[in-house]
Design a protein around this ligand. Sequence first.
Ligand code: HXC
Length: 260
Amino acid sequence: MTHLENLIFETGEISLLTINRPKALNALNRQVIEEMTRTLRDVRDDQTIRVLIVTGAGERAFVAGADIAAMSEMSPIEGLEFSRLGHRLMQDIEDLPIPVIAAVNGFALGGGLELAMACDLIVAGENARFGQPEINLGLIPGFGGTQRLAHRVGQARARQLIMLGEMIDAKTACEWGLVNKVVSSNQLLAETRDLAAKLIAKSGFALRQAKAALRASFTMEEDAGLRFEQSAFGLTFSGADRIEGTKAFVEKREPKWQHR
Ligand code: HXC
């Protein structure tokens, strides 16, 4: 277990990254983002990690947004740099070859919702609240929310959250398709670990190709994305797991993955 100033990182096949600034409801300042970026580099380099879970310390918040006190002191150029720093973090999460799950306890607002949306799957405690309230600060989302939210929930709902700055509860977020699962708040980490265990039972190699192709639907025009899928699909044919997976089906047995 590594204790950074604002993070707790527990490494393992299922690794857990906890943003640990509960007094400020885990708000993201420059230092938190830099610590997360460094930790993600370690995750990427560690082949033994199969799934990463991201959560927030305490019961009240996953992340209540970017740090408003810090932003109130920023010059225009510092604001721009801060947005870029956050964007790179979100892209680093999306570029990780392994699945990342956000376990959302309490508030996921502004940069907190943007962080959750950079993850592959979102599990919410029933006390979770989601929103992009930047408009109420005279701001707009700056860590990718204007793009990723519409991708996840469609334009009408994205406009509702971003233009009105309203919050929605976990049940509504699930109905909107923003989160994958709502669980009782005191079972959040246990349920998220169960989901991670299901991912670990898959071929890591196939998951990597699936994640890359899903990402292409966000970064590429449809035609290029469809071609990307063909290449990624073709790549799975170079792996041992494709041979094992199809053979196991024919032989009516469980596959034994080599994750390559
Ligand atoms: C800094 C924050 C914070 C934030 C909460 N705190 N959110 N500090 N940045 N985003 C601090 C409070 O100042 C307070 O500190 C402590 O956490 C507890 O918060 P309270 O407000 O007392 O709690 P409560 O009354 O329960 O209200 C919870 C809340 C509210 C509804 C979540 O805190 C809130 O509205 N927070 C701001 C949410 C927000 O607007 N997020 C978007 C930020 S902009 P003290 O010291 O007083 O105890 C953004 C842009 C991203 O994310 C892109 C940037 C480029």
